[in-house]
Design a protein around this ligand. Structure first.
Ligand SMILES: [Zn+2]
Length: 315
């Protein structure tokens, strides 16, 4: 969640110097966990017409990691399975040694990739929330990348390779844009931002969960457990789509981010500010309902966006 900028590097160095466990602060918290991304992707896939599905599948089949995705597909609908695998690829590469972080020694450029960066700061935009005297410049590129990827995929003059590389990113980032804590950093009166709730720790209301957890990780896991796949995933996606049968207004990427910011401001944090508090059952119910609604909205909007972007292309 620190991203790749100079502030991030400085914070990482400071944490390391202080002997703090980097795991607490490093961007291990991703976005919606894999289940959240797969549920959104599945809802999107179910909304797509055969023609758009075919165009998507043709693009994904040319991705350098296609075989990796294809190898993981268990169900009979291979094209849907590959689409779901592609939806988590930008998170998967965070643990893939072929790729590197901005401050690391570059890894070898492999065929088909424009670069081997993990681009951690594409996943979020930390717009300030909270103490007005400490408003800082947001960091993170989620807003810019959504617009750029949309342009790349929708413009037939873009070469095939950039479009192929852009597609899993777009599938992933549409869902990230709907995770409220991917759009904020809440500042306290000392000027410290919490990096999208990554440094705000709470006790999970369900005692069997790992304790304590960051508020960010808590939200990531709300759509379902990360191992959710196959029939269970399908049942979950069906239930979430059935609870939200009406596609939301398509809106623009700016609009989606603004919605997430408002949810983060009004509902993502417990009203009591005390650290390491146990979240209430009432908060948990409300947050779960909101997370499911956002996952559904991301799915509908992703389908709508892909239909529009791929409609004019002949390939
Ligand atoms: Zn992400």
């Amino acid at each position: 969640m620190f991203g790749d900028g100079p502030v991030a590097r400085q914070l990482r160095r400071r944490c390391a110097a202080a002997g703090l466990a980097l795991a607490i602060f490093s961007p291990t918290a991703t976005a919606w966990n894999a289940a959240g991304h797969r549920i959104s992707a599945l809802i999107a896939w179910q909304q797509l017409d055969p023609g758009t599905r075919q165009k998507i599948s043709r693009l994904l089949a040319q991705h350098p990691d296609y075989e990796l995705w294809n190898g993981r597909v268990a169900g009979s609908d291979r094209e849907a399975g590959v689409f779901l695998e592609a939806s988590t690829w930008p998170d998967d590469i965070k643990n893939d040694r072929r790729f590197h972080d901005a401050e690391e020694e570059p890894t070898a450029l492999l065929p088909g990739f424009p670069d081997m960066r993990r681009h951690r700061d594409w996943h979020y935009i930390n717009r300030p929330l909270g103490h007005p005297a400490t408003i800082a410049m947001p960091f993170g590129q989620l807003d810019k990348r959504l617009d750029l990827l949309t342009k790349q995929i929708g413009d037939p003059r873009t070469g095939v390779r950039p479009r192929v590389y852009a597609l899993p990113w777009l599938i992933h980032l549409v869902a990230d844009a709907h995770q409220p804590l991917h759009v904020v950093s809440r500042y306290d009166n000392t000027g410290q931002g919490d990096g999208g709730g990554n440094r705000f720790f709470v006790e999970h209301p369900v005692p069997t969960h790992k304790q304590p957890t960051s508020l960010h990780a808590y939200w990531d896991d709300l759509p379902g457990p990360p191992w959710l796949r196959g029939e269970r995933l399908e049942r979950s996606a069906t239930a979430i789509a059935a609870a939200h049968p009406q596609p939301p207004p398509a809106g623009t990427t700016r609009h989606w981010l603004q919605e997430s910011w408002s949810i983060a401001k009004d509902s993502a944090y417990p009203t009591d500010d005390s650290p390491a508090q146990t979240l209430t059952a009432e908060f948990h119910m409300r947050a779960t309902a909101l997370a499911r609604q956002r996952v559904a909205e991301a799915g509908y909007r992703l389908a709508d966006l892909l239909k529009r972007l791929l409609a004019p292309s002949e390939d």
